[in-house]
Design a protein around this ligand. Structure first.
Ligand code: ASP
Length: 320
């Protein structure tokens, strides 16, 4: 069995490429890296890689991670600037004996030394988003994820039972310089163990990190829960806990897959989408909906929804 699951509609092109590779018995490490790079390279996805949204100083600082579920190797970069594919840098870091998590200038030096592609990641479109946001938020300085905040997080299983997890994001729009979210933090933004399964998160990193939610899902799967049960328990319990202790819970959407290729997804927000491909399922985008009892269910995205998604992403932007 092989499979790959990923947060948000934006992962579809990437997981489709990965599914083609997995079909031909490619490794879970190569497949997930290819899938994440596709999202990083597409400039219209405004929260990952090229075209990602800048911080409050109008600089694009990226976070990414890679984890190998066989060896439990983890490699991560935080707040890295001017490199095209943070996930590939993270993957190389995962193979180092030490120094696996590098941030800022140190991460950039490492990338330079190893010949990774340098690129100015700030696009004209991202600059327009920035200027418009500055205009809108002059009186409102509270740290809030902008609507549509997204991390691409994935879990992959190949036909030899090797599993990987990886993430990539520009984090919160208008974050402080140097802010790092959950996405490159093991156990919070991602976790994978080939003997069990893996999970990955998108949402408000500051809250996801309070609960190590990805690790909690893998732990629950190890206890025998299905991916869906594990996601439901971990996300809903922690959402309640945050509300009880802090009066509110940030956005949290988690995806998971076990080592049989079964998957699960739980979110505490409206409007979450995700994409899956397995040996038994062509690459598919699902939308998470809630019924009148606030019970979540999944709906395959319609052609109209998909067309509208791409049209809005690529529509011309005007500076206000
Ligand atoms: N989790 C990311 C962060 O806090 C943002 C997101 O997934 O939207 O950096």
């Amino acid at each position: 069995m092989y499979g790959i699951i990923a947060t948000w509609r934006m992962s579809l092109e990437g997981i489709s490429e990965a599914a083609d590779m997995l079909k031909k018995s490619a490794d879970a490490g190569d497949s997930i890296e290819t899938a994440i790079r596709a999202v990083e390279d597409f400039e219209f996805y405004k929260s990952v890689g090229y075209g990602g949204l800048p911080n409050e100083e109008m600089e694009v600082e990226l976070d990414a991670a890679f984890m190998d579920g066989d060896t439990l190797d983890v490699g991560c970069v935080g707040a890295i600037k001017d490199y095209a594919n943070p996930v590939s840098i993270a993957r190389m870091l995962s193979k180092e004996p030490v120094n696996n998590f590098l941030v800022g200038a140190g991460a950039e030096k490492y990338a330079h030394r190893h010949g990774f592609e340098r690129k100015n990641m700030l696009t004209e479109r991202a600059k327009i988003h920035y200027h418009n946001r500055v205009k809108e938020t002059t009186e409102n300085t509270e740290l809030k994820p902008y609507s549509g905040h997204d991390t691409v997080g994935m879990v992959c299983l190949d036909d030899k039972g090797h599993m990987t997890a990886a993430t990539s994001t520009s984090g919160l729009f208008m974050k402080h310089a140097g802010r790092v979210g959950d996405s490159p933090v093991s156990g919070s933004g991602f976790y994978v163990d080939s003997e069990v399964g893996g999970a990955s998160a998108t949402g408000l990193g500051e809250d996801v990190m309070k609960g190590c939610v990805s690790y909690e899902i893998v732990r629950l799967m190890k206890e025998g829960k299905t991916p869906q049960e594990a996601c439901d328990i971990a996300v809903n319990t922690f959402d309640k806990e945050l509300k009880k202790r802090r009066g509110k819970a940030g956005d949290m959407s988690l995806i998971a897959m076990n080592n049989k290729g079964e998957w699960g997804v739980t979110t505490n927000i409206e409007g979450f989408s995700f994409a899956v491909a397995t040996e038994n399922e062509e690459p598919t985008v699902y939308l998470v909906k809630f019924d009148e009892n606030h019970k979540q269910y999944f709906e395959v995205a319609s052609k109209e929804w998909m067309d509208n998604y791409m049209a809005t992403r690529t529509a011309p932007l005007v500076r206000k």
